[in-house]
Design a protein around this ligand. Structure first.
Ligand SMILES: CC(C)(COP(=O)(O)OP(=O)(O)OC[C@H]1O[C@@H](n2cnc3c(N)ncnc32)[C@H](O)[C@@H]1OP(=O)(O)O)[C@@H](O)C(=O)NCCC(=O)NCCS
Length: 172
């Protein structure tokens, strides 16, 4: 059965967290979170985003959650000068990588933003070449590089800050 990309529902969240997010967090090398999150905590975070109507998409293989991409405000409402910025996060379980599913997910999430934000921001580690290539391919550009800011188990990488500007980045 082909993998489907669709908007996330509240019903999806428990299996998304258990089968998808926490296993990828446990890999430790791709994301800032390096250990599983208590399901209730992650549920509250993602349920708030889905309920608010922020772009939130899952990749589903049969009845199995294999990936997600979400975009949400970078700053809370009280930080008035940063309401034009959003932050993108995404991940796929290992078996779903390298097949173009990530590109499908990110394009769906960006398209759902419309003109809601001026900047869609993300950070990627310099050792994560597949993610960097995907982001560049869909129109993200590098804005800055924090040299050596990622350090884990004796390994070190740069943290690369990237941005996509709806209406100005040309690829989507
Ligand atoms: C980073 C990540 C989201 C990228 O998603 P992905 O689906 O693996 O990436 P893509 O959609 O770009 O596809 C990967 C490759 O498959 C190729 N591809 C595209 N369509 C394809 C298809 N129909 N069949 C086979 N391969 C295909 C792409 O050309 C790409 O090759 P390239 O990287 O050499 O250019 C995913 O690998 C992942 O979740 N990694 C772990 C978590 C992570 O790093 N998250 C991001 C943190 S910043």
């Amino acid at each position: 059965m082909p993998v489907t990309v669709r908007a996330t529902t509240l019903h999806d969240l428990p299996s998304l967290i258990i089968d998808c997010l926490n296993p990828v967090f446990s890999e430790r090398i791709h994301l800032s979170i390096t250990e599983p999150i208590p399901v209730g905590e992650a549920l509250g975070y993602h349920a708030a985003h889905v309920s608010a109507g922020f772009p939130h998409f899952v990749a589903v293989d049969g009845d199995q959650m294999v990936g997600m991409c979400d975009i949400s405000p970078s700053a809370p409402p009280r930080i008035g000068a940063q309401q034009h910025n959003a932050t993108l996060g995404m991940l796929l379980v290992p078996s779903a990588r390298g097949q173009g599913i990530g590109e499908h997910l990110i394009r769906a999430a960006i398209a759902a933003c419309g003109s809601r934000w001026e900047r869609i921001e993300l950070s990627v580690y310099s050792h994560n070449e597949r993610a960097y290539r995907l982001y560049t391919r869909v129109g993200f550009i590098e804005e800055g590089r924090r040299v050596g800011a990622w350090k884990l188990d004796g390994n070190r990488s740069d943290i690369i800050d990237m941005v996509y500007r709806p209406g100005r980045s040309s690829s989507i």
